[in-house]
Write a protein that binds this ligand. Structure first.
Ligand code: AGP
Length: 608
């Protein structure tokens, strides 16, 4: 996600802002920029904060300013899309963290009024909207900001300045955190306490719907309707390193804990619950072509591939579309047999995985429609494919995919809804799926709140040399994914298997030293899973069962049980993968490995 930092005081702002952006780098970003009072323009650059610092040199002399690290959501990484953004007059400057959902209609209206846009971002509409309102409000900048914020829908953490009012920073929050740092004769605004900690530990946090005006003399907080708010400052106890990971020891845990919010970000603005529809803006232009597709070939690598296997089950059962799933490293070399009624869907968090990209290019050479489910906006796969859906999961810093994988499952469920309602899926079924998707964040929260139980089980089994993960139907790919997580971060040899395969070989491995994690929710294959657990325990194999809360029967068939809430069978992978991510994490921490940077692995495999 993006990072915001602003300063007003008596010191030179440029150096303070650049240092603050360097501290915010941990949030993940693809471009950055700063504006300081008295400068005619902002300084922005693609890539690292260092690129901005080199462009700034010693030129910027103002003692107040705003700065930003951008994680692209609308409009790829580029200098023109980097923040701060400005209006036509080049007097209003703004940095934004979040998503303006109604930016298209605002942009259309403002363009009709003669506003010229310099970027492809959603954020830029805000400065032109403020400029528009200033004209109608007698040049009252503060009132124009307040009025404009009432018009936007979506999420924001913002900092604004006006060139005619140097030293004054305005900030507002709706859905994206904002914290104000209180120094001695100087003040700071940031997306999180990290960059402020270098200067002061005294802060106040804004709540959603609140607005603040800050100068070196002080600050005032109010609602958008100008009702004053008294807020007692608090003192941050954390030190700088802790705060970088939001107080968590590792990014992998932080990103797993973020998963309820990640689900919300994946589905936000994309469900029309009453009609049981999914609204996917990135597919709008190809919707008619997609209605004629008779076959989907899904391609991905690693976890993305396993997400694709879950998607296959969803699409076949609920959209009636035959789907096959291939790893990129195989598909790219195979004789791909496609026809005009085939579409190829790439799943990739980074959007840069070489094997997946190669498969997409090969498909395009054969004239096939290509789609993408990608997290990194503006990445190669996002740009190469004909259409697609972004995850909006924010940057994933841990090498082992957690929140991105969960987001991929959610987007695949949205795609299933989108394609299914083009085909035979009823509005009733669509509504049922949509309603259940809205409940998923709370259900994931239940699992996360019980993570101490998972940690205890991880410590009990974490010394095993080998591990078997088994599941059926929707949870067979989750067994593969769970095994991959354990392999990646704890280096244990772990295998994922369709449980029905046990008698065809894997059962021979089982003994008391070879534990099994069985994914056995109360679904259409529950009884089969119980039988598998029985055949394992009959051979002295220990079993950890992943079960539906309230299922007391399963205790007779397992040595340990991890419970999760009930949901629709097609959505159960969204819940069942979370305990497996946590299990792998706690085993790896117990074994003392570098959880976020496992040996031999890279976050994005951009080479063959
Ligand atoms: C997942 O934990 C791994 N880090 C890896 O398997 C990853 O999913 C795979 O490399 C694909 O990456 P992508 O989603 O960026 O294409």
């Amino acid at each position: 996600m993006c990072g915001i930092f602003a300063y007003t005081g008596d010191r030179r702002a440029a150096g303070i802002l650049i240092d603050g952006l360097r501290v915010l780098e941990y949030r993940g970003y693809d471009s950055a920029g700063i504006y300081t009072a008295g400068s005619p323009l902002a300084v922005r650059a693609v890539g690292t904060v260092r690129n901005v610092a080199e462009k700034v040199g010693g030129r910027l002399i103002g003692t107040s300013g705003i700065a930003h690290t951008r994680w692209a959501t609308h409009g790829g990484p580029s200098e023109k899309n980097a923040h701060p953004h400005t209006d036509c007059s080049k007097k209003i400057w703004m940095v934004h963290n979040g998503i303006i959902e109604n930016y298209k209609e605002l942009r259309t209206r403002l363009a009709l009024h003669g506003h010229v846009f310099a970027s492809e971002t959603d954020s830029e509409v805000l400065v032109h909207l403020i400029e528009e309102h200033m004209r109608a409000l007698g040049n009252d900048f503060e009132q124009a900001v307040r009025t404009s914020l009432k018009e936007v829908t979506g999420t924001y953490g913002l900092a604004f300045m006006h060139a005619d009012n140097p030293g004054v920073v305005m900030t507002a929050r709706m859905g994206s955190p904002i914290v104000i740092g209180i120094g001695k004769g100087e003040y700071f605004v940031a997306s999180d306490p990290t960059p402020i900690l270098h200067h002061t530990k005294d802060v106040v946090y804004l709540n959603d719907g609140e607005f603040a005006v800050i100068s070196k003399e002080g600050y005032s907080i109010s609602t958008l309707d100008n009702a004053l708010i008294e807020r007692i400052p608090s003192t941050i106890e954390w030190d700088i390193d802790d705060v970088k990971k939001g107080g968590f020891e590792h990014f992998m845990l932080k990103e797993t804990i973020e998963e309820p919010e990640v689900i919300l970000n994946a589905i936000r603005g994309r469900l029309v619950v009453d009609e049981g529809l999914a609204r996917l803006g990135g597919l709008r232009e190809v919707a008619d072509q997609l209605a004629d597709i008779k076959r989907l070939v899904i391609v991905g690598c690693g976890s993305a591939y396993y997400a694709g296997v879950v998607g296959k089950y969803m699409l076949e059962e609920y959209a009636g579309i035959p789907a096959e799933v291939e790893v990129g490293s195989e598909l790219r070399y195979r004789k791909m047999l496609f026809d005009k009624e085939t579409a190829v869907l790439a799943i990739s968090q980074s959007g840069e995985t070489a094997d997946t990209l190669a498969a997409i290019k090969e498909a395009q050479r054969k004239g096939v429609m290509t789609l993408g489910i990608v997290n990194a906006v503006g990445s190669t796969i996002a740009r190469e494919t004909d259409a697609g859906v972004y995850n909006h999961a924010g940057p994933e810093m841990g090498v082992a995919s957690t929140k991105a994988f969960l987001s991929q499952l959610c987007v695949l469920a949205l795609l299933t809804l989108f394609l299914g309602r083009q085909r035979g899926m009823s509005a009733v079924m669509g509504k049922r799926i949509a309603e259940e998707m809205l409940l998923l964040p709370g259900k994931v929260e239940v699992i996360l709140n019980a993570r101490e139980k998972i940690r205890a089980i991880a410590h009990k089994y974490g010394h095993a040399r080998d591990f078997l993960y088994i599941g059926r139907k929707y949870n067979a790919p989750i067994a593969y994914e769970g095994a991959l997580k354990l392999k990646e971060v704890s280096y244990i040899h772990a295998e994922g298997y369709g449980a029905g395969e046990m008698k065809h070989g894997p059962l021979a491995m089982i003994d008391e030293a070879f534990p099994t994690l069985a994914i056995a929710p109360k679904d259409s294959v529950y009884e089969k899973m119980i039988s598998n657990m029985e055949e394992i325990r009959a051979r002295k194999g220990r079993v950890i069962a992943l079960a539906t809360e309230g299922d007391m029967n399963i205790k007779e068939h397992a040595d340990d049980v991890i419970y999760m809430p009930k949901t629709l069978e097609m959505l159960s992978p969204v819940l069942s993968v979370v305990p497996l991510q946590l299990f792998a994490y706690y085993v790896a921490v117990m074994r003392g490995f570098n959880v976020d940077r496992p040996r031999n692995l890279a976050k994005s495999v951009t080479v063959e």
